[in-house]
Ligand binder design. Structure first.
Ligand SMILES: CC(C)(COP(=O)(O)OP(=O)(O)OC[C@H]1O[C@@H](n2cnc3c(N)ncnc32)[C@H](O)[C@@H]1OP(=O)(O)O)[C@@H](O)C(=O)NCCC(=O)NCCS
Length: 176
């Protein structure tokens, strides 16, 4: 994965009905460590990283790059949305395309926050890089993620085997 490319960054914070999307700040570091160390969050992502290593190694402002959005509810970070470029994807259909990823704290699951935030991030993407499709790879067994992808307008391109599991590759075509 690499960065999206030349996009104006950071945008003004994006406000939805309940949430704010903004670039990461130093005050998010503890929540990033929590997110990356959570076994629950990483059930389908190859396992969590040790908390003490994260505490030591995370930069002062984690994940600060164009297309990286912290999702905030009532002033506190609840999730991270990643829009990157799939420069070296295993599947030819995805190579070079923008790629969506998302991680939310388990306490924030099941309230529609992920759908609300990802729709806003994709709205930003459509306005910034009009006409581009977006791909998404997730384990087929990750039902919450495949349901969210479908809700966001992603359709299955193919399934393939990688990282010891069946993967689902979806694509969202640009609005016409
Ligand atoms: C994937 C993830 C962001 C989904 O979060 P969420 O809180 O369930 O998402 P939402 O509440 O916005 O729900 C989105 C849709 O998926 C549905 N859904 C969520 N979990 C579901 C499940 N287990 N079974 C069926 N539908 C489910 C919701 O009902 C909702 O659809 P609806 O509005 O039509 O009812 C969250 O589970 C997560 O952070 N997981 C860990 C990280 C991860 O695996 N990321 C994927 C790799 S990119």
């Amino acid at each position: 994965m690499s960065e999206l490319g030349h996009v104006p960054w950071p945008p003004e914070p994006i406000r939805t009905e309940r949430l704010v999307l903004r670039e990461p700040e130093a005050r998010d570091r503890t929540t990033f460590a929590e997110l990356l160390a959570s076994p629950e969050v990483h059930t389908y992502l190859g396992g969590p990283r040790p908390r003490d290593v994260l505490e030591r190694e995370l930069p002062e402002v984690p994940e600060r790059w164009p297309g990286s959005f912290v999702v905030e509810l009532d002033g506190a970070m609840i999730g991270h949305i990643l829009l990157r470029r799939a420069t070296e994807h295993r599947r030819p259909a995805a190579v070079g395309k923008a790629d969506l990823g998302y991680l939310f704290l388990p306490t924030a699951w099941g309230h529609g926050y992920a759908a609300e935030a990802c729709a806003a991030a994709l709205g930003w993407f459509d306005a910034t890089l009009p006409g581009e499709p977006v791909v998404l790879t997730t384990q087929s067994a990750n039902i919450a993620s495949t349901c969210l992808a479908a809700k966001l307008g992603f359709s299955e391109v193919e399934r393939f085997h990688a990282w010891d599991a069946e993967q689902w590759l979806g694509m969202r075509l640009p609005a016409t």
